[in-house]
Design a protein around this ligand. Structure first.
Ligand code: B16
Ligand code: MG
Length: 215
């Protein structure tokens, strides 16, 4: 049987796939790191893709000599999130590329169910900013999971919300942790950006619209 007979749904990571909030994450973490005197650059930032907020902070604090209590870490994460959300307010529907918009429309027209599978607790806020809050059939995000990528929970929940099995869904990801999560959950993993080149990636995408060749 061909892929297009088996696949009934597509689960999209949000940051780095639907919209590029990754630069805002970088700017907000950089501001915090500079304030507490910890070295942080874009190479370290790549390790934060798809990783939860607290796990991201732990990666940044690897370079700190100071020990932070859980309460102090929570305050630092909150401060970063405040900065990040201020930046998110500048997002508009124009920040979604024409390629993303036309691909979503074509997939929907082909009868596929569409979901978001994002680690972010700000996913609904972001979707609202870019005008896609009511577009997806299901949203699974950082608020409905207890384990973050590479654990497959966020994608398994998305498939459950779509009433589909893992093997009926393609997951589209830009992060290594996300590709691992997709494979751990039994999904077909499509990678875009840096994730197009990972060993575990089943389908390499240059543009999101390349997905239309497979469904
Ligand atoms: P928040 P995704 C992820 O989104 C980001 O890639 C990652 O950098 C971020 O730390 C994580 O969301 C949590 O985000 O602080 O907004 O809850 O790629 O899974 O859509
Ligand atoms: Mg991502």
């Amino acid at each position: 049987m061909e892929n297009r007979d088996i696949i009934k749904g597509v689960i999209f990571d949000l940051d780095g796939v639907i919209v590029h909030t990754d630069e805002f994450h970088y700017l907000a973490w950089k501001q915090l790191a500079d304030k507490i005197g910890v070295y942080f650059d874009r190479t370290i930032n790549e390790r934060l893709r798809g990783v939860s907020r607290m796990a991201s902070l732990d990666i940044i604090l690897e370079r700190s000599d100071a020990a932070f209590s859980d309460t102090e870490k929570q305050l630092l994460a909150d401060e970063k999130n405040d900065t990040y959300r201020e930046l998110l307010k500048t997002l508009t529907p124009a920040d979604v590329s024409a390629d993303v918009k036309s691909t979503l429309a074509a997939l929907r027209q082909n009868g596929l169910k569409l979901a978001i599978g994002s680690s972010s607790k700000n996913a609904r806020f972001i979707l609202n900013q870019i005008g896609l809050e009511n577009y997806f059939d299901a949203i699974s995000d950082g608020n409905n999971i207890s384990k973050s990528k590479p654990d497959p929970e966020v994608f398994l929940k998305a498939a459950e919300y779509l009433c589909l099995k893992s093997e009926q869904c393609i997951v589209v990801e830009d992060a290594e942790a996300g590709i691992q999560a997709a494979k751990n959950g039994g999904f077909t993993a499509a990678g875009i950006g840096g994730a197009s080149k990972y060993n575990l990636t089943d389908i390499s995408l240059n543009l999101l619209s390349d997905l239309l060749k497979y469904v």
